[in-house]
Write a protein that binds this ligand. Structure first.
Ligand code: ADP
Length: 655
């Protein structure tokens, strides 16, 4: 599996993980800023609306007062020109009052400020009782007289309760000051009549002076004030101001809902980004683990010398490791998806290999593995040891077969070499034994030869005698024949013993093997004055290489005789006995020799260990390997009567 090279490295990853964090913080900041801007915009709009409305109201009031002023001025002109002034005043004043409800009274004063007439009448008297009010009126009157223009008075309290202001217009008759025409505006009435209902629904309108003394107010709502705007109330002026306050309108529920929805969505986005961040973190950790796992697997694959081959349930190759490719010489691409017959099968053994292949797919592959011959791409054959196992996937499903393939050609060659060397060693050991026995054998051979020679001399002498008949010579000739056979037997035995032949197991009688050995060493035993005692019961045949067993027993017997070199001649006894058990037979070779220390016992079967000056030390090690080749055991024990007992067991196979 190849991982994308664009996968995030830990350093990049920190950036990737920081992005959602930054993103979500920026989003929240943007949403809050947007809401704030919207709010500011709303406030600004509210403020602009307030200013516009206040300016409009001021204009309306000014327009109304100016209009009234013009109508009063017209009345002033008409009064100056009229012959029946009283009647004209009454008529026109009544008309003016009826169309201008904001005017509470119109009064006509003469040049000395005495009331000529007033509509409605009577109010003047009451205001004059108020000293402050009287002074205010006086000042306005004087001003109008002096400047000859309409003059608005300062506000004054009527009966100490309702605030009013007046406009005084000078009357000139024949260019002489003849008094004033004064209209009284109660401020509350003015507001009530001029401030429309919708304005009062939105704002509170208050008329105040510089000291913030409230003179009149109009509003239909109650609530928390938010914005206000002040504008000079001129006319009448004198520091009067229109103070207009807007009230917080109830927030539109839809707007509130929208804001809440935006906030909820922002939190949702933040949350989802956080989850994405977590997921990314987890993904990266998994990728990291996967990469480590991949590197570990690759390293393992590359270092493996055992070939690995995976096949699907139909036998098609789905995976081979580098070691398998190296072993067979084919590339992974050449082997991937290959189907039987595989390119590495030996063409001459296609049928056998296919049968094994089928057995594996049927789940009948031997658990202990099996050997098979394969062919490399270059045509070279090699032996492989294969262990098959089920391929189980992550869901526990059996998806194919995994095989480990070991090239055992080298191992087999080495084993063969070792076997040949062992054989060579055994042969050498036999030659050595024979060499050691040469002088005894020569001596033994000498006896029949000497006998033959003396019989031959006897015969010749007889032939020289005149009365010799053939019948006289015959016995001697027969004896010559017997001795020649005896010599021939010795030579044949030697020849057989040193003959080089491959190990071959065949049924044989252990008694015969022992007999042969005794035939070899009898002469030596005589020379050494060793008494040989041999007890062999009736024995079944065993499957063995006779020559090899002979070599073992001869070696044990010779060692035993050599060990008894210093034993008193009465005790020089070599005992050979055979025990038959249910599944094996045991041959014991015991002596009364010098025995051995524990140290020697430990090294006894080690090659080239010898305590003898001319000893080679290979005898017992070769003996053990021969016995083990026959699936038997060889060991030594101290003889309780002195000396040693060597035990050889050999399996008895049921015929
Ligand atoms: P070699 O006879 O050439 O020394 P072996 O392998 O036959 O080689 O014997 C190894 C050694 O084991 C001998 O040198 C001897 O010390 C000891 N050994 C073998 N058989 C006996 C025995 N029956 N009694 C005492 N020592 C023995």
């Amino acid at each position: 599996m190849k991982l994308s090279p664009r996968s995030a490295t830990p350093r990049n990853l920190r950036w990737f993980l920081a992005l959602p964090k930054f993103g979500s913080i920026l989003l929240i900041v943007a949403v809050v800023t947007l809401l704030w801007l919207l709010h500011q915009n709303e406030l600004e709009e509210e403020r602009t609306g307030l200013i516009k409305d206040v300016l409009w109201l001021e204009q309306i009031l000014r327009f109304q007062l100016n209009g009234n002023e013009e109508r009063l001025q017209q009345l002033v002109y008409d009064l100056a020109a009229s012959n029946d002034r009283n009647a004209l005043f009454r008529l026109r004043a009544k008309h003016l009052l009826s169309i201008n409800p904001e005017i509470s009274q119109i009064s006509w004063l003469d040049a000395k400020r005495n009331e000529v007439d007033a509509l409605p009448s009577g109010l003047q008297v009451k205001t004059d009782t108020n000293e402050a009010g009287s002074a205010v009126r006086q000042r306005a009157f004087e001003m109008a007289r002096r400047i000859g223009e309409p003059v608005y008075s300062e506000p004054l309290l009527l009966n100490g309760l309702s605030a009013v202001f007046e406009v005084s217009l000078p009357i000139y008759i024949d260019r002489r000051f003849a008094g004033t025409l004064t209209a009284t505006y109660p401020l509350q009435t003015l507001l009530n009549s001029q401030v429309p209902w919708w304005f009062a629904e939105k704002y509170q309108v208050v008329v105040v002076d510089d000291n913030d003394t409230e003179y009149a107010a109009k509003s239909n709502i109650k609530g928390t004030p938010s914005l206000f705007y002040e504008l000079p109330f001129d006319p009448p002026g004198h520091g009067l101001k229109l103070h207009v306050t807007s009230y917080k309108s109830a927030v539109n529920p839809l707007q509130r809902l929208l804001a809440i929805a935006i906030m909820v969505l922002a939190v949702g986005v933040f949350w989802s980004l956080w989850i994405v961040r977590d997921l990314m973190k987890k993904r990266s950790q998994t990728e990291q683990a996967l990469r480590a796992e991949h590197a570990f697997r690759t390293a393992m694959e590359d270092s493996l010398t055992v070939g690995m081959r995976a096949r699907d349930l139909h036998g098609g190759i789905i995976y081979v490791n580098p070691a398998f490719c190296k072993m067979t010489g084919f590339t992974q691409d050449e082997l991937f998806r290959a189907k039987p017959p595989m390119p590495y099968w030996v063409p001459e053994q296609i049928d056998e290999t296919f049968a094994i292949h089928q057995a594996v797919l049927a789940g009948n592959a031997p658990k202990e593995g099996f050997e098979i011959s394969f062919r490399r791409k270059n045509g070279e054959h090699f032996d492989a040891l294969i262990y098959e196992a089920k391929l189980i996937d992550g869901n526990g499903q059996h998806t194919g077969w995994m095989a480990s393939v070991i090239d055992i050609s080298e191992r087999k060659r080495a084993a063969e070499l070792a076997r040949q060397q062992q054989e060579q060693l055994q042969f050498t050991a036999r030659l050595v034994t024979m060499g050691e026995m040469a002088s005894t054998l020569a001596h033994e051979l000498n006896q029949p030869l000497a006998a033959i020679s003396s019989y031959n001399t006897g015969c010749l002498n007889l032939m020289d005698a005149t009365d010799c008949t053939i019948a006289d010579i015959r016995p001697a000739m027969e004896k010559i024949g017997i001795q020649a056979q005896r010599a021939g037997k010795i030579i044949r035995r030697v020849h057989d013993f040193v003959r080089k032949s491959a190990p071959k197991r065949a049924p044989c009688q252990i008694a015969d093997v022992i007999d042969d050995c005794l035939g070899f060493i009898e002469a030596d035993a005589r020379k050494r004055h060793v008494l040989i005692n041999c007890t062999v019961p009736e024995l079944p045949d065993i499957l063995a290489d006779r020559l090899m067993l002979e070599q073992v027993l001869l070696n044990l017997m010779r060692n035993a005789m050599e060990a008894m070199a210093n034993t008193t001649s009465a005790n020089r006894r070599l005992e050979i006995s055979v025990l038959l058990r249910s599944e094996e037979m045991e041959i014991r070779v015991s002596d009364r020799g010098c025995g051995m220390t524990d140290e020697i016992k430990d090294k006894l079967f080690t090659a080239f260990f010898s305590t003898k000056p001319e000893g080679m030390g290979i005898g017992l090690s070769v003996c053990r390997s021969i016995v083990e080749f026959h699936r038997g055991r060889l060991w030594a024990e101290s003889n309780p009567e002195g000396g040693m007992i060597f035990h050889v067991t050999l399996p008895v196979e049921k015929q």
